[in-house]
Design a protein around this ligand. Structure first.
Ligand code: ADP
Ligand code: X2W
Length: 288
């Protein structure tokens, strides 16, 4: 009898959560939400299924999710197997022609298809693309020191809009084309930010493996201004892989994205919690 009461309490709490989601569901109907799913945020198959389920649910309630993925750790693993050395400069992989081949194979062939499959197993319609498809991302070289690393210069979102109309969830590998036929490796955060800005997205969610942007004391800053980001980068509090993330956040806001959230993608249902409950997670960056 006692057990049943506890169960009832659980159901009541679940019903309350659903009911409290109404204003959020209304706010996000028709919204475009770009989700960057970083390689470090991708967990085991169960975590992948949970993430996919959240994205399919988003689509089901009228949100237009766009997934832009990373896969840095998976690229590292393959490069190691092939005995190709790799190094990062300011959070970006120095990419020569041989490395580029491996990057494209792992991102487009392996990681992209894993996410597409997970979405489709949850009843969604995931379609995999890279920035090369339908001329979506045209790049210029970021810096000769980094080799074939590209900075998105022109984004064509036509294909994405036609996917939204067909209930398709686009899953995009961060690879772009140069104007002279080159293939460029784009940092996943940079690609997600550029796509979010081109779509004037309502939200850009950067899923990673930390709870948010941490200050000197190691505490997550829940709301962070552009100026705070610049100061924290200057004094080294923001370092490594967090640099492209915060740079992306600033560029995305400037490009017309309403808000960017950096959050822990390994936390179960992180995306749903952020969008549809009052328990938003991570660090939110808005225009100053
Ligand atoms: N101020 C900071 N706050 C949080 N994380 C930081 C900070 N500075 C550096 N980092 C590092 O950035 C990492 C996230 O970047 P990265 O590993 O590239 O993630 P992803 O693979 O998800 O893109 C964190 O795991 C952390 O080690
Ligand atoms: C230029 C550059 O650094 N490209 C990245 C692309 C993948 C990526 O960004 O993956 P994560 O999001 O998992 O870090 C790379 O080669 O690792």
């Amino acid at each position: 009898m006692k057990k049943q009461t506890a169960m009832n309490r659980d159901w009541i709490a679940t019903a309350r959560t659903l009911s409290e989601a109404l204003p959020y569901l209304q706010r996000y109907e028709g919204a475009i939400v770009v989700v960057k799913f970083g390689g470090n945020a991708m967990g085991d198959d169960e975590a992948m299924s949970t993430f996919a389920r959240d994205c399919v649910l988003m689509r089901q309630v009228g949100v237009n999710p766009v997934i832009v993925h990373g896969g840095g750790p998976m690229i590292n693993e393959m490069l190691e197997k092939l005995d190709v050395k790799s190094e990062f400069v300011r959070g970006k992989r120095v990419t020569d022609a041989a490395t580029m081949q491996v990057v494209e194979m792992v991102l487009s062939g392996q990681v992209n298809k894993r996410i597409v499959q997970a979405l489709n197993e949850q009843g969604g319609k995931g379609v995999g693309l890279s920035g090369k498809d339908a001329n979506m991302i045209i790049c210029t070289q970021t810096d000769p020191e980094l080799g074939l690393v590209g900075t998105p210069d022109e984004i064509d979102t036509t294909i994405l809009h036609s996917m939204f109309r067909s209930d398709i969830i686009p899953v995009i590998a961060p690879i772009g084309m140069g104007r002279n036929g080159e293939t460029f490796n784009i940092n996943g955060d940079t690609a997600a930010g550029a796509i979010a800005a081109a779509l004037k997205a309502d939200r850009l969610l950067l899923l990673t493996d930390v709870a948010g942007v941490k200050n000197k004391e190691g505490e997550v800053v829940t709301a962070i201004s552009a100026q705070q980001i610049r100061d924290m980068t200057e004094d080294g509090t923001i370092a490594g892989g967090m640099i492209p993330k915060t740079e992306t956040a600033l560029a995305a806001i400037e490009g017309g994205v309403r808000a960017v959230v950096i959050l822990d993608g390994r936390a179960p249902n992180a995306v749903l919690l952020e969008l549809f409950t009052e328990h938003g997670a991570g660090s939110m960056i808005r225009a100053d």
